[in-house]
Write a protein that binds this ligand. Structure first.
Ligand code: NI
Ligand code: MN
Length: 220
């Protein structure tokens, strides 16, 4: 049983009941976050790229909890060099961990770090595969992950990432079990109607789940 909890923006927690992963832990300054950074728990903290709405509170949560930060070499070196526990892989690489594995996949986006690249994560945990796309444009590369994804965490905000129309195309390419929209309504530039997006996904015969911040989905 894998539980996916949404904390607003691109921040999610994944847990199999033993290990807890926190992705893009943006609490401080995130008006939609249902908890404070001080309340967040994690064994691993995954950071897709160096922009502040994704690095968020990673360093302070790692310091308090002892969690291991997992990010790219560029972001890790530039922003988390002082963190006690740090794993820096890179695009294409897969890392094996006691609970499962995490593969770095391309995201078409910047990183706020000189020369840095952004990534998404394909997370295999508890027999399920979850793809957190990070901030990304639409790209044909998504087809490489077709029919492999149980839950797709997909940006729909537009302006900085895919908007709803491109996100729907991405869903048709990936054909995931569940579609969970993210990266919307946090800022004025990325206001979107997630329910309308979810209906468009369902019209294509895929399952969508709009999570309000604090809500979760259980994959069994
Ligand atoms: Ni970004
Ligand atoms: Mn972002």
């Amino acid at each position: 049983m894998l539980t996916i909890t949404f904390y607003g923006h691109a921040c999610f927690a994944l847990t199999d009941g033993e290990t807890k992963l926190l992705i893009d832990p943006f609490f401080t300054g995130n008006g939609l976050a249902p908890i404070k950074a001080e309340e967040a728990e994690a064994d691993y903290i995954l950071v897709t790229h160096g922009h502040g709405d994704h690095t968020g509170d990673a360093a302070s949560i790692a310091e308090r909890t002892g969690a291991t930060i997992i990010t790219t070499v560029d972001v890790g070196t530039a922003l988390f060099g002082n963190c006690r526990n740090l794993i820096c892989g890179n695009i294409g690489g897969k890392i094996q961990l006691p609970f499962g594995s995490i593969q770095y996949v391309p995201a078409i986006h910047g990183s706020g770090v000189p020369g840095g690249v952004a990534c998404g994560f394909v997370i295999r945990m508890d027999g399920k595969t979850v793809y957190h796309m990070g901030d990304t444009s639409l790209t044909k590369d998504f087809e490489l992950l077709a029919d492999q994804i149980d839950a797709l965490l997909i940006p729909i905000g537009d302006f900085y990432t895919m908007g709803p129309e491109d996100a729907l195309t991405a869903v048709e390419m990936i054909r995931p079990g569940y579609v969970i929209p993210m990266h919307f309504n946090t800022f004025p530039m990325i206001m979107q109607d997630a329910d309308s997006f979810a209906r468009s996904v369902e019209e294509k015969d895929f399952q969508a789940q709009v999570l309000n911040p604090g809500e979760f989905l259980v994959l069994v």
